[in-house]
Structures are given as structure tokens and as C-alpha cells.
Design a protein around this ligand. Structure first.
Ligand code: ADP
Ligand code: ADP
Length: 227
């Protein structure tokens, strides 16, 4: 469970995230939506400490994020970005096993994990595991980006507009994949988008942000009823 308590982020005295308090439940698919510049990315990056808070507290399972060992915290939080941050000259398997490798998983465990993850996004493991990433299509690379974030079995996954660079068909397919994955694995997902349709398709709950503040939090139904 992720809990924000009166969180502020200021740059030169100007708040870009302001008095942000809410609780994201374990296993929930939580969407942050709002116009460009409303503070979504900043809010997301504070969870894995890529950005430091100016004020307030964020807790994961009751413990302040600043009290976690940073490496341990980041290993436990998968992170998927719009710009695919894969290593193009490495194979699919090498990309997926970066964190498991650091955590010193056995070769066999890593191989099994890659098979399992490729299966979940409908990529034939035997065909894809040894392919070089630079040879894959954008949609395929984004699938790898998503499952790489899951490789070491983190409890939380942060996604920052992961599909906005894709064509509508790949985007639709990946949305379905991600929802299916999340239902299967029961991860807590925090997903940033500026696309209301995407938010409605994906979110158990949606938080509407504007100028760094929470405008509304609720299910898609609730948000649509009281826009
Ligand atoms: P969003 O993800 O909703 O587009 P961001 O969280 O990226 O919004 O940015 C929120 C606001 O914070 C924007 O006005 C942005 O210009 C500002 N901002 C982000 N990073 C910095 C920074 N390092 N220094 C100053 N202002 C920043
Ligand atoms: P993202 O990872 O979402 O691209 P960035 O941190 O690159 O987020 O930037 C988010 C927004 O904050 C952008 O609009 C960018 O122009 C603005 N921004 C980033 N750094 C600064 C800064 N030092 N001063 C002012 N605005 C900034």
C-alpha cells in the first residue's frame, strides 16, 4: 500500500505538487491523469525517490520511503517509461534479466522467468529470447519494457505514459496485456496518462490532477458522473 501524506514538491518556492494526500491500495490499478504540467510525472517519481519531496511523507506498507534502503526500494518498484529504455545491442533475455542478475538469481531461475514473462505478453519465448532488441518493432520493444519491469517480481509498478508513442492497435493490445498481467499477478500499478479513454480502460481508480492538486479521485464511473 502506498500512502501520500500532505506531500509537496516545490521548485524555487513554486509548488508543482501541492498538499497531495491519498492512499493507493495493494493490488490496485491506479491511474494519474491530468493535462501536461499538472504534476503527474513528479508525483510518480517521488514514489521511487527519483525526485525528493519538499514536504510531507510517502509511506509504502507503513514505512517512510526515506527509511528504505534505496537499492532495495528500487528493486521492489518496477518502472516503465514512454521512451523505451532497453539496451538495443543486447538480447531480449539479457535485457529482462538485468535486475535478477544483480540479485544473483540462478541461471535456471532467470531462464524460467524469461519464458514465463514472454508467454504472458504472447511472444514465443523460443523465438524471442535470443533476438537482439534493435531488431524488434516498437510494439514488441514496449512489451519487453513492460515485462522487464516485472522481472524481479516487484510489488509495485510505475508506468509513465508507456504506450503513448505507439500506434493505436499496438496500444490497444498492450493495454489488454497490462490489465491481464495485473489481474494475474496482483501488482499495485500506478499509471500516468493524459488520455481519458486509456484511464477509463485501465484504472480501478482514477485521480484527476490539475496544477499539482488533486481535483477528483474515484472509479471511472464516478469520474464520468461528476466531471
Ligand atoms: P506532468 O507529468 O503532469 O506533465 P510534471 O510533473 O512533469 O507534469 O511537471 C509539473 C510541473 O513541474 C511543470 O510545470 C514542470 O515544468 C515543472 N517541473 C518539473 N521538473 C522541474 C524541475 N526540475 N525544475 C523546475 N520545474 C520543474
Ligand atoms: P519527463 O520524464 O516526464 O519527460 P522531465 O523531468 O523531463 O519529465 O520534465 C517534465 C517537465 O518539466 C517538462 O515540461 C520540462 O520542460 C520541465 N522541466 C524539467 N526540468 C526543468 C527545469 N530545470 N526547469 C524548468 N522546467 C523543467
Amino acid at each position: 500500500m502506498i500512502r501520500f501524506e500532505e506531500v509537496y514538491k516545490r521548485y524555487n518556492g513554486t509548488a508543482v505538487v501541492e498538499d497531495f494526500s491519498l492512499e493507493i491500495k495493494e493490488g490496485e490499478f491506479f491511474v494519474l491523469i491530468g493535462p501536461s504540467g499538472s504534476g503527474k510525472t513528479t508525483t510518480l517519481k517521488m514514489i521511487n525517490q527519483l525526485i525528493h519531496l519538499s514536504d510531507g511523507t510517502i509511506r509504502i506498507d507503513g514505512k517512510r520511503i526515506s527509511d528504505y534502503d534505496l537499492q532495495e526500494l528500487r528493486w521492489n518498484i518496477g518502472y516503465v517509461l514512454q521512451q523505451i529504455a532497453l539496451f538495443p545491442n543486447m538480447t531480449v533475455e539479457e535485457n529482462i534479466t538485468i535486475v535478477p542478475e544483480m540479485k544473483k538469481w540462478s541461471k535456471e531461475d532467470m531462464k524460467n522467468r524469461v519464458t514465463e514473462l514472454l508467454d504472458t505478453v504472447s511472444l514465443d519465448p523460443e523465438k524471442y529470447r535470443d533476438r537482439q532488441v534493435s531488431e524488434l518493432s516498437g510494439g514488441e520493444q514496449q512489451r519487453i519494457g513492460v515485462i522487464r519491469a516485472l522481472a524481479a517480481d516487484p510489488d509495485i509498478i510505475l508506468m509513465d505514459e508507456p504506450f503513448s508513442a505507439l500506434d493505436p492497435i499496438s496500444r490497444n493490445n498492450l493495454q489488454k496485456d497490462v490489465v491481464e498481467l495485473q489481474h494475474k499477478l496482483k501488482k499495485t500499478v500506478v499509471f500516468v496518462t493524459h488520455d481519458m479513454q486509456e484511464a477509463i480502460n485501465l484504472g480501478d481508480r482514477i485521480c484527476v490532477m490539475n496544477h499539482g492538486k488533486i481535483e477528483q479521485v474515484g472509479t471511472a464511473e464516478e469520474i464520468l458522473k461528476h466531471p
